[in-house]
Structures are given as C-alpha cells and as structure tokens.
Design a protein around this ligand. Structure first.
Ligand code: WT7
Length: 628
C-alpha cells in the first residue's frame, strides 16, 4: 500500500523505470495455481498485450476462497433493497462461496463450460453478483448488459458474442417503477438463435410467460445444485468478460478483459485509490451493468476482502435523501458515485442531507464524467463535511480500472482535476499533429504510452476495429478519446470527449447510434445528434431532425421520436431536445459539420467559425433561429 505522497512518488518512479519488476511484485499477493513465466509481452502497433504470461489462476479463488480461513463470517456483500422497508441482506464470504458455487453448478447443468458466453440481464440483487462470479468460477465469459437497455440492444449484444444462456429476472424495481425484464428478453430472444436456455429469477412477481424447454425458474434450478464446485483453472490471458461500450460509429464494441491482469490491477487500484482499510464498508453506487460495477462493486473490493454494498434503488426514491439514509443505516466508510447523481441531489433541499448522520464517511469518490467545481464543493462541504478527501477517478470501460486519480488523503486534491496518474500509468498529451506535448502546462488529447495490466485486449470479434479505434490515431500509443489539460503542477484535468461520444448522466452514448435510431421513424429523413451542456446530466442529447414532410404537430412527433429511441436503444438515450430543421449543414462532400451544430446546441452562436465550405450556408441561419 502507498501510504504517503513520498511513497507515491517513489512507487510511481519505480513503476515507470522498472514496470516489469513493479507488476511482478504486485502480482505476488494473489493465489496462483501456477506462477507466470514472463510478466509482459506487448506491441502497441499490432496491437497485442499479454500480462503474467503462462500464469494460471481463478479470480474467484482470489475473491472468495482465499478469504475463508480468516473472514468466513465477515459480510462480503451488503445488499440494500429498492424499497427501504424490505430488510437488507448480508451475505458473508462463506455464504458467497456457497451461492456462487450453486449458480456455477446450475450453469454447468445447462451445458455451460469454459469459454462459453453467458449474458446477464438482471437487476441489482445479490443473485446477479453470484451469477457473475459463477461464470468466472467455471471459466464462462460473462457479458453483463445493463437492465435499462431495450430488447434490440440486448439482442445485438447477445448475438455479437453468441451467448448460450441468458440469466434474467421477471422484473426489476427501480424507484416506483417496475421494469419488465423477462418480456424484454422474450422480445430479444426472437432473434437470438444461439441462446438455448434462459434462467429467470423471481424478483418482482410480475406475470411472465415461460417457454417450455428454454425458460427455467432460478429457484427451481438452484434447489438441486450442489454448493461445491471446483474452480476452473484459467490462463492469465483467458477471457474473463466482455462488456459493451458505445462507439463513435457503428455498433457497440464488446471490450474484452482477461483474468490475470484485470485481477491484479483492480485490486491494486481499489486498495490504493480509496486507501481501503480492513473492516471498512465500501459503497459504489454504479450498476453492475457498467465497468464501474464490475471493477469496484465486485472484483476490486472482493479481491481485497472488503464489505461491498450493493444498492438496488435510485437516489431519488422514496425521496432525495435515500443515499444519505443508506450511508447512515450501514455506516458506509467509502462512498463512490457519479457527478450526475451529485448534481441532482444538490438541487434538493439540504434538509435531505442534514437529517442523516454521515459521520461514518471517510473517503468520497467521483467517476464517469468531469466533475464541475460547484458539484465538487457541494460534495466536499455537505457530504464530506470538509474532512473527507474526494478522489476524482478518471478511467474507461477499456482501461478496466482507475488510471488517473488522487490517492485518498495522500494526493493534494484540486476541484475538477483527476490529478496524477496511478503507478504504472504513463499518460501523454498529444497535439493534433500527433506530437507529444512536453512540459507541464499544455492541452491536447490524452493518450497512454505503456500497457497496464487491466487494459482491454481487443474488441470481441473485431481486432481491426480495436486497432483502428485506439491505436491508429497516435501510432504506438493507446488513444483514450478524451481531451485533457495539464497544469503548472503537472495535474491532469479531463476536459471531455473529443470524438462523437457523449456522456449523459455518466452513460457513454454514441451519437451515430442515436441518429440511426431516430432515422427509424418513418417521418424522419435524416438527423444529427450532438451533446449540449445539461446542469444535471452533464451532457444532454440534442437532435436536429429533417423530416420528409412539414411537421404539423411538433410535440406529438417529438414524443414519437423519443419513444423510438427508447425502444431501440433504451430510455437513457432519449433526446432531451429535438429541433426540426429543413436541412443539415453539410460540406460539399456531404459531411455533416457537427462542429457548427455543437456550437448551436451549446447556445454559442456568435462565432461559428468558417462556414464557407458549406453547401448551403443559409440553412445555418435557419437552424440558429430555431435553436432551443
Ligand atoms: C469516459 C469513459 C470509468 C467508468 C465509468 C465510465 C469519462 C470517466 C471521468 C472523470 C472526467 C471522466 C471520459 C471517459 N470519464 N471518468 N473522473 N473525469 N471524465 O466509463 O462509460 O467507458 O466512459 O467517461 O470521457 O473516456 P465509460
């Protein structure tokens, strides 16, 4: 553990000068069936990256079994229901072992073996954690799909990696709503020939249809499953999971993460960034359907033997004090959430915070998008009471774990700055022509120069796309897609995406994907989507839409378009603003000039830059006049 800033500096230097020794040492802290022959192989041009080559392990032996002698009766997962009246559940490490093994045996009984893909489309309940770990136990590759995605998005993800089994629930509680998960799965499975089995957890008691031969009830299946299951021996570089993230063009990318490096890195970053101390209760409010949930609800905390809190509900129900109620009730020590949640809670009266005793809190975290200074100060003052360090953690689905972040209480923080790279991380700020900017003060695009253990290895089924997306902009380096500044102290500040990805409430959305969903509406001829600053969501979705015929009832059509997007992608991608326009600003070669639309959406129309290359400059004036 890094325990002081001086140690951080020493450790950082070591990790840069002798990265092999550094990671070799870190990897010693785990249970391996067989030690690695070589720490690292890499070539960022191919690209190819392998860590702990020849090493054999099972991540669940590190997250569960090895803790049993010392903490069998310690809570591993502390679960809080959507409904505050429903009792919480405490799953000890010993119970976790049994439950995971049961689900593992259930999967085996359905013919799931090492290397098979399993789709998990479930609510935030402990069974979902059991399911994820059960896949890892038997070497099946989990692909968790956030239970807010539509049937179409789910089907795309299932088909992309050919899942054999889908694990789901009848429904999910989210605030005062019930989401009909099983019927969404039914819809998706109409087009998923690879799926032979669907196991359904009973959570909401919604009425569902069960298709004989394909659909089974979880509780029936689990009854007969033994609670003993030998962990499959995995190679360091065997697949642990696939997790989909939006691309700036085309379909979502199935990011592939492997066993050894991911385990070492999520554990190292969990312990060091949050300065986790034995016995603390850690709460990451993300959904397990995102990378944050994978790495910092499950694998990081459990590999460290922590107590991890899993929350089924939402911050605003039954009222805006729910998070703080949960912190008080479970005496949470480390709290990790997203700026969008902070901004929405900041809008509620302070009495929702003041009602609760938050004195258990010691460390606060932020993730998912740049945190604005105002939200940072509100969080610091009202939640941390000025005595909890805030770690603003920058990372991505692709990076697997936190990359740039303060170490809690060790790195001096600066609002809105992710501060300094973690040991092992070698950032570079690049200019447009591909040169690395040196010296502290600079601004450009963020790239990473050297591999780190938890980086994604490829895009499932499309290595060329992996290379094109991440390793071609700056040959020999990993390109993050983010803009970044470095200040006089060498601190990093992430300024946001520089590609066609927007971050809405911390969710990563590709504008191209939203456009193609909008274009599915029969009245729509074409559309262009950009982000705009939104005071709660960070960015909102602004759609410029061209219709075939003049629009008579704008409100009606807007709602229809929102429904289409919701149906095709999911409610998270619904446009906040839809402006009907007679044409889009295009260059003579037919390319939409998004730069102009972005400016208009931001409400900054004074200087639209060079518009002389436009095919029809008049359209810009019309769009400006109609801007919302
Ligand atoms: C994108 C990755 C990392 C898990 C959640 C999101 C943005 C993430 C920060 C931060 C500024 C941030 C970046 C990044 N982002 N954390 N602390 N400060 N921006 O994972 O969905 O893969 O999104 O989120 O733009 O590229 P993701």
């Amino acid at each position: 553990m890094v325990t002081s800033f001086k140690k951080y500096q020493e450790e950082y230097q070591k990790s840069i000068i002798t990265p092999i020794d550094f990671w070799d040492h870190q990897a010693q802290h785990f249970v391996w069936r067989r030690k690695w022959d070589k720490v690292l192989n890499y070539d960022f041009h191919k690209p190819e990256v392998q860590w702990f080559i020849g090493g054999k392990l099972n991540i669940t032996e590190n997250c569960i079994d090895r803790h049993l002698p010392s903490r069998a009766h310690q809570t591993a997962i502390l679960w809080e229901s959507n409904d505050p009246a429903e009792p919480s559940r405490r799953i000890t490490y010993q119970e976790l072992a049994k439950e995971v093994n049961r689900v593992a045996n259930m999967l085996k009984a359905h013919g799931v073996f090492k290397g098979d893909r399993v789709c998990i489309y479930m609510p935030m309940v402990p069974e979902t954690a059991f399911a994820i770990l059960a896949c890892a136990r038997i070497g099946a590759v989990h692909s968790v799909v956030f239970a807010g995605f539509s049937a179409g998005s789910l089907a795309d993800r299932i088909n992309d990696c050919g899942c054999k089994v889908v694990l789901t629930a009848d429904g999910a509680f989210r605030g005062d709503k019930k989401i009909e998960l099983k019927s969404i799965v039914d819809e998706a499975l109409k087009n998923c020939p690879s799926v032979k089995t669907c196991v359904v957890l009973n959570r909401t008691k919604l009425n569902v249809t069960m298709r004989a031969g394909r659909d089974f009830w979880w509780h029936d299946q689990i009854k007969t499953a033994s609670d003993f299951c030998v962990a499959e021996e995995m190679d360091s570089e065997d697949l642990l999971f696939i997790l989909y993230t939006s691309g700036s063009t085309g379909k979502p990318k199935g990011m592939v993460h492997t066993c050894g490096g991911y385990m070492v890195y999520t554990n190292y970053t969990f312990k060091n960034v949050f300065q986790y101390k034995e016995g603390q209760t850690f709460w990451c409010t993300a959904d397990v359907g995102w990378i944050t949930g994978h790495s910092y609800i499950l694998y990081g905390p459990l590999s460290a033997g922590a107590t991890t809190l899993m929350f089924e509900g939402v911050p605003s129900w039954p009222d805006m004090g729910r998070f703080w109620h949960v912190v008080e009730k479970h005496k949470v020590n480390i709290f990790y959430t997203a700026p969008t949640a902070i901004r929405s809670l900041e809008k509620a009266p302070l009495s929702f915070v003041e009602k609760y005793d938050l004195s258990s809190l010691q460390v606060l975290g932020s993730v998912g998008e740049p945190i604005n200074e105002e939200a940072w100060h509100w969080y610091d003052k009202n939640i941390g009471k000025g005595k909890c360090p805030i770690v603003d953690t920058w990372w991505q689905t692709e990076t697997g774990g936190i990359m740039i972040s303060p170490l809690a209480g060790i790195t001096k923080t600066k609002p809105a700055f992710a501060t300094l790279p973690l040991p092992g991380v070698q950032p570079a700020i690049m200019d447009e022509s591909g040169r690395e900017l040196t010296g502290n003060l600079c601004e450009g695009r963020l790239a990473i120069k050297f591999p780190w253990p938890s980086m994604a290895r490829t895009i499932y089924g499309d290595h060329q796309r992996f290379k094109d997306t991440y390793f071609s902009t700056f040959p020999g380096r990993y390109f993050t897609g983010d803009g970044c500044k470095r200040d006089e102290d060498g601190y990093y500040r992430i300024t946001g995406r520089v590609d066609d990805i927007i971050i809405v409430s911390g969710h990563n959305l590709g504008t191209a994907e939203i456009e193609s969903a909008i274009d599915e509406h029969s009245a729509v001829c074409e559309s262009a989507v950009v982000g705009f600053p939104h005071d709660v969501k960070g960015q909102g979705v602004y759609a410029f839409v061209v219709t075939y015929d003049p629009v008579h009832e704008e409100g009606h059509l807007r709602n229809e378009i929102k429904d289409v997007v919701s149906k095709i992608i999911g409610p998270i991608a619904k446009p906040d603003k839809i402006q009907f326009v007679s044409g889009l600003p295009k260059t003579r070669s037919g390319k939409i000039m998004r730069r102009i639309l972005r400016k208009i959406a931001e409400g900054d129309v004074s200087n639209l830059g060079d518009t002389t290359t436009l095919l029809d400059p008049a359209v810009v004036d019309e769009i400006k006049r109609g801007a919302m």
